[in-house]
Design a protein. Structure first.
Length: 85
């Protein structure tokens, strides 16, 4: 799935990651979908790099594409794990 929407902001609450998109939408996904983010500290989560390709956390070794979020995909590093909204 391709989308012309890019991330403009990322924020977290106790259980979810919220991603604001350039087209006005906001995506909310459970942190449980991304174990590295779930185990990370608030400071580590705050240090996200937003690019045209998606989201990157250097200290957590985590990369998340916006296209993947839009299709309901969670962590793709664990075998046979997919999530749907």
């Amino acid at each position: 799935m391709s989308s012309s929407a890019n991330a403009t902001r990322v924020r977290f609450d106790d259980d979810n990651m919220w991603v604001d998109l350039s087209d006005g939408r906001t995506i909310g996904v459970p942190l449980a979908w991304f174990p590295r983010l779930l185990r990370g500290t608030a400071e580590q989560r705050k240090n996200v790099r937003i690019s045209a390709r998606g989201l990157h956390w250097e200290s957590l070794d985590e990369d998340i594409s916006i296209a993947g979020l839009l299709t309901g995909l969670g962590d793709q590093t664990a075998p046979n794990k997919t999530f749907a909204a």
